[in-house]
Ligand binder design. Structure first.
Ligand code: J2J
Length: 548
């Protein structure tokens, strides 16, 4: 039984309504794969550079991994960190865990010790599945470090660099784990299926518990709105563990529809265009800076044939209107904007929306039962058409983070609305335009940075007395991070290179390393009494924007 702080349940009346509406069907992700494998065993489920598996093969691989996980002492309900690049094994592993009733914790390949230690601790993970090396980084060594710091982490499972290649002592190669048929535990659809990570997590990471019921509904609805069917080939170009390529409509949407998941090693135009050509990809999703690179490559004349591509989803950060206009003509696709969050709510423009809606808005909620409201800082509704803070609740938006009462108190209203922190404008036609965010998070081209997290690192630097991290507008990335610093000794302020080196050595994901530095003599006064770091960040962000 999960403890109440693991999963904050939806109120009984709402849960009942979602079931009665047929939104929550009681099916688990494991059962979904089993059903697809029974229906179309020979259809291609997953392809990457090295593998090509049918639904039948994927199911066999996943059930044999599930048996292996259980034999190695991973029990139903246990949390398992999964940190992998975009490889076919990711798919068999997460379905292996679903079949075993264990909960994947979706880490990104770019995460380092500073992110993973708190994630391992907060999730109480007993195992980690990772690769040996990726992009010249030794992930197995990182896993060994984590084991020293997170006492519950007992099993390290490694996807070897090549089939049969050695893995470090004390760790298991994934292939060793596969085991014969075994009775699998019963998994309930109302239980947590996995933990996602909140973009821009702070010292205590915000882990997002998603149930089979709620997530499968969001996947099914996404697949419908993005026009997926059994002929669809979805390319995971973004890191596949992220909520966007996972579910909007993502790899799970493709599998739901009985289509094919293709995985590209990286999202650069050269790699991804070759994958599109080779696997006849029909649909994919990108953050705006990558969409720009693809558009530029296509406008310059790409050598690969990408004519199979029909739909491009763009989201994760605001897509500039000018870029939105170029996407369709340059890539020969229908643009679909998506504004989503791992906590739940996902908005899409529809494939048959008028051009103005597709080009200038981030769409509208995907479910008729999503509730959205736009409020001021006191929680009072703003007049229609005015910018304000978006709050939401509905059939697939969580009611609380995993074991984190503090974050729950600030991120949710008393009656269960999730405070997204996004500043939006709700148009009369129901479409949302995303205007920005409360100033405590930088959205660096879709990759989120918590100001607080980086400030905490900087405060340990001997040359720094205080530091405030803010976003500044950037043509390519939308936003970049700028750190305002009060020097410990004004005569010897730190240099940007020193600060970057320091933060890098803290073992944080590369995108979080500050881009810009401004050394100042004092921070602005923001009113009487206690200075709010939040208003300081807003003030400095405005100043940086004016300077840039
Ligand atoms: C502006 N800001 C956006 C957009 C997300 C689909 C797509 C994206 C995510 C995602 C996701 C935006 N314009 N189109 O989970 O399923 C910013 C908002 C939001 C935050 C969520 C999905 N699309 N954002 O990006 O959990 O600030 O999810 O609250 O990483 O990204 O970030 P994340």
């Amino acid at each position: 039984m999960p403890s109440p702080s693991d999963l904050t349940p939806w109120p009984a009346a709402e849960a009942e309504a979602y079931r009665a509406l047929g939104y929550w069907t009681g099916e688990t992700f494991g059962e979904l794969l089993t059903a697809r494998a029974a229906a179309t065993p020979d259809a291609i489920a997953v392809v990457d550079d090295r593998n090509r598996w049918t639904y039948g093969e994927l199911e066999t691989r996943a059930t044999s991994l599930a048996a292996g996980f259980l034999e190695h002492g991973i029990r139903p309900g246990d949390r398992v960190l999964v940190q992998l690049p975009n490889i076919a094994e990711f798919v068999e592993i997460i379905f292996g865990l679903f079949h075993a009733g264990a909960l994947p914790v979706f880490c990104l390949p770019a995460h380092r010790q500073s992110e993973l230690v708190p994630i391992a601790q907060a999730s109480g993970a007993v195992a980690m599945v990772t690769c040996h090396h990726h992009q010249a980084f030794d992930h197995a060594a990182l896993a060994a470090t984590l084991r020293d710091k997170a006492p519950d982490l007992r099993h390290l499972i490694i996807v070897a660099d090549r089939p049969g290649a050695e893995v470090p002592e004390g760790m298991h190669a994934l292939d060793e784990l596969r085991s014969g048929p075994r009775e699998l535990p019963t998994v309930r659809a109302s239980d947590i299926a996995f933990l996602q990570l909140s973009g821009g997590s702070t010292g205590t990471p915000k882990l997002i518990p998603r149930t089979h019921d709620d997530y499968l509904y969001s996947v099914r609805r996404s697949a419908e709105l993005c026009g997926l069917d059994s002929d669809s080939v979805y390319l995971a170009a973004l890191p596949v563990a992220h909520n966007f390529p996972m579910s909007s409509p993502g790899i799970l949407g493709a599998l739901y529809a009985g289509g094919t998941v293709a995985l590209a090693a990286d999202p650069t135009p050269s790699t991804a265009f070759s994958a599109i050509e080779r696997f006849s990809v029909t649909i994919t999703g990108l953050v705006p800076p990558l969409a720009r690179l693809w558009v530029e490559r296509a406008e310059a004349g790409a050598t690969q044939d990408i004519s199979s591509l029909q739909v491009l989803l763009v989201g994760g950060a605001r897509c500039p209107d000018e870029l939105a206009r170029r996407i369709g003509p340059a890539l020969g696709v229908t643009l679909q904007q998506v504004f989503g969050m791992a906590e739940g709510l996902v908005c899409y423009t529809r494939l048959d929306d008028p051009a103005e809606v597709v080009l200038a808005t981030q769409g509208r909620p995907m479910s008729e039962h999503d509730q959205v409201a736009v409020v001021d800082e006191d929680g009072e509704p703003v007049p229609p058409g005015t910018d304000g803070l978006l709050i939401t609740k509905g059939p697939y938006t969580i009611r609380g983070y995993y074991r984190n009462p503090e974050a729950n108190a600030s991120s949710f209203t008393e009656d269960g609305w999730y405070r997204t922190g996004d500043v939006v404008n709700l148009r009369a036609d129901g479409n949302l335009v995303v205007k920005g965010r409360l100033g405590d998070r930088v959205n660096r081209g879709g990759e989120k940075i918590s100001a607080e997290e980086i400030e905490a690192h900087l405060l340990d630097h001997p040359l720094i007395r205080d530091a405030i991290v803010v976003s500044v507008p950037d043509e390519r990335l939308g936003e970049r991070s700028c750190v305002f610093v009060l020097a410990a000794d004004p005569a010897s302020p730190p240099a940007l290179a020193q600060i970057r080196q320091f933060v890098r050595e803290r073992g944080v994901a590369t995108w979080k390393i500050p881009d810009l530095l401004q050394v100042v003599d004092s921070f602005p006064e923001t009113g009487v009494g206690k200075i709010s770091r939040r208003s300081l960040r807003a003030e400095l962000s405005a100043r940086a924007a004016a300077d840039s």
